[in-house]
Design a binder for this molecule. Structure first.
Ligand code: NDP
Ligand code: 2IT
Length: 447
């Protein structure tokens, strides 16, 4: 045992002891800690400053009641959260998730990941996350609006242009951001940069809806190119059918890949001729329908119940874009056996630690979420910049910036892995590159 390994083990023990009932948070911290030892061997000053002790405890975490009236006139009550994790390099930045599974553990895992993801973008944003255990499924527009308004009545006291800037995540898209912003404006005035992912006519940025999915493909192409491959001609399996999945499918097809699946929490469709993005968008974004409806509308598609990661398919690239821990060890083994050469994560922490170990054992190229899905928050930061300038950049300008950011953060991850003796490990590289920037900013600002 070295001083560095002792220190890292003590941090893991502290987190486990302090929050034994937060499994997702512990998982995210564990994934991070087990790659970071070489940095602490090279920088003992980080141990003295207890950088990890400070990084694994949120700077601030609020929980609040969200009471709202349903269409039958009954008052419903949900639990809202905002976790402001680390502000060393800028105001807290990160999405809001509305899903019945949301707990403090989920919000903390997402907020912790966001610190390093945001650092990797090279833009001045700290890490935060929020949400509520509200289930948007089956709710009317009016119910969604009243929920968002009630959520913002409390959230507004915790956010600010230079303090904390939320955006979307699962269950929070353009419609919800619009309702949230409308209520913020009534309470505090028209501060456009207070939320990102807004509509174009009131301060949004071109490319923000597409950004996470497009960014994932820019990252995946960079990772394949590093290894003498390209997406062109590859068969791709995507999970999810939401914001990230939809635009990942679209961009992968533009790059000449064939994407044969999309999924929701009930089941998945397989279409060997390639997913039709226009139909997918119509069903998901306009009709707010299910994958079952997609199969009914597209004759070449077949619908199956269950997880796409249990499907018996032959493909080259896996892009999980639904939710955390959607791929376990057995499913990771299955995809390696199916001939997959690369996994890149559009969702946050979609692979269990055991699945990640299987990728390594099979020699897959693995692009971890905090790098591969950083495109969304990167364009959010570009939206903040446009709002400050009171200007809108063109699609081509923002898309070009997004592509450059993704290629750069991949290159930085490769370089960091090499520098710290773990060449080819893109997960370790992303953790190290994201972390060292935050750690040096923390030291520079005193303690
Ligand atoms: P959406 O709400 O637009 O879509 C979520 C998709 O994932 C839906 O198809 C949904 O199916 C499926 N899904 C959600 N929960 C589960 C579950 N428990 N089991 C199986 N499927 C599930 O969300 P996004 O596309 O925005 O987010 C997807 C992932 O990408 C999340 O992990 C998010 O954190 C991450 N991400 C999002 C970014 C963004 O900018 N939006 C940025 C970076 C990462 P169903 O309709 O049945 O619930
Ligand atoms: O996980 C994520 O990076 C997001 N949901 C996007 C956050 C943002 O602030 O755009």
């Amino acid at each position: 045992m070295t001083q560095a390994t002792d220190y890292i083990a003590s941090i893991q023990a502290t987190v486990e002891g302090r929050d034994p009932n937060q499994p997702e948070f512990q998982e995210a911290v564990g994934n991070f800690l087990h790659t970071i030892t070489p940095v602490f061997e090279a920088h003992p000053e980080y141990i003295k400053a207890n950088i990890l002790g400070r990084l694994t405890e949120p700077e601030r975490a609020v929980q609040f009641q969200v009471a709202w009236q349903d269409d039958q006139g009954h008052m419903q009550v949900n639990r809202g959260f905002r976790v402001q994790f680390n502000s060393a390099i800028g105001p807290y930045k990160g999405g809001l998730r509305f899903h019945p599974s949301v707990t403090l553990s989920i919000v903390k895992f997402l907020g912790f990941e966001q610190i390093f993801k945001n650092s990797l973008t090279g833009l001045p944003i700290g890490g935060g996350k929020g949400g509520a255990d509200f289930d948007p499924k089956g709710k009317s527009d009016a119910e969604i609006m009243r929920f968002c308004q009630s959520f913002m009545i409390e959230l507004q006291r915790h956010i600010g242009l230079d303090l904390d800037v939320p955006a979307g995540d699962i269950g929070v898209g353009g419609r919800e951001i619009g309702y949230l912003y409308g209520m913020y404006k009534r309470l505090r005035g028209a501060e456009r940069g207070i939320l990102t992912g807004k509509g174009l006519s009131y301060g949004g940025s071109l490319v923000r809806p597409e950004a996470t999915g497009y960014g994932l493909i820019y990252y995946t192409e960079a990772m394949l190119k590093e290894n003498g491959q390209t997406l062109a001609g590859k068969t791709v399996v995507v999970s999810g059918a939401g914001n990230v999945a939809t635009y990942a499918i679209q961009k992968a097809q533009e790059y000449g890949a064939k994407v044969i699946t999309a999924s929701d929490s009930n089941g998945y469709v397989v279409d060997e001729t390639g997913i039709d993005v226009a139909t997918l968008r119509e069903i998901k974004e306009v009709k707010r329908g299910r994958m079952r409806d997609y199969a009914a509308a597209v004759p070449t598609a077949t619908y199956y119940e269950g997880s796409v990661w249990d499907a018996d398919l032959k493909y080259d690239v896996a892009l999980p874009c639904a939710t955390q821990n959607e791929i376990d060890a057995a499913q990771a083994k299955r995809l390696a056996a199916a001939g997959v050469i690369a996994v890149a994560e559009g969702a946050n922490m979609p692979s269990t630690p055991e699945a990640i170990a299987e990728y390594a054992a099979a020699g897959l190229f693995y692009g971890p979420a905090k790098a591969a899905n950083a495109g969304g928050v990167a364009v959010s930061a570009l939206e903040m910049s446009q709002d400050s300038r009171r200007m809108s950049d063109s699609f081509a300008v923002v898309d070009g910036q997004l592509k450059a950011i993704m290629e750069n953060l991949f290159a930085e991850s490769v370089a960091a892995a090499k520098e710290y003796g773990v060449a080819g490990d893109y997960m370790a590289g992303a953790n190290i590159a994201g972390f060292t920037k935050v750690a040096s900013a923390m030291l520079a600002q005193g303690w």
